[in-house]
Design a protein around this ligand. Structure first.
Ligand SMILES: [Zn+2]
Length: 132
């Protein structure tokens, strides 16, 4: 999980990665505070673990790769086929029905699973606050 907080000096993001899945796990294993330097202004500060918001970066990046890497080219090819046919509506409709629905359902399903996983992981982390 990637944990992000705002630098109190310049408001840019200070972040680090951890394997802990919840704040409670983090507090138990590594303590309630983290000292981090800001990459932008250099201010080194102690942050409470509650100051961080979890971002499931790996799952979010994977979901974008699936969406733009698979759905994008497929939609693009359909667009090219439509233009090449002289904007024949039949080609477009037939393409969407027979080809896109079939070939795009897999990456779209994968995308949905990945983004749901990312949100579930973030919620699991963010919903619990440790005692100050
Ligand atoms: Zn800063």
């Amino acid at each position: 999980m990637r944990l992000e907080a705002d630098c109190s000096n310049c408001q840019s993001k200070v972040a680090f990665n951890t394997w802990e899945e919840t704040r409670a796990d983090y507090a138990r294993n590594k303590g309630k505070s983290v000292v981090l330097p800001c990459k932008n202004c250099g201010l080194e500060k102690e942050y409470h673990i509650n100051d961080f918001t979890a971002k499931s970066r790996v799952y979010r990046i994977l979901s974008k790769i699936v969406l733009f890497g698979l759905c994008g080219p497929m939609a693009g090819m359909l667009g090219i086929a439509w233009v090449a046919s002289g904007f024949d509506l039949y080609v477009l409709v037939n393409g969407i029905v027979s080809y896109s629905v079939f070939w795009m359902s897999v990456p779209l399903l994968l995308y949905t699973i990945l983004i749901t996983t990312a949100k579930r992981r973030e919620k699991a982390y963010n919903s619990y606050q440790v005692k100050q």
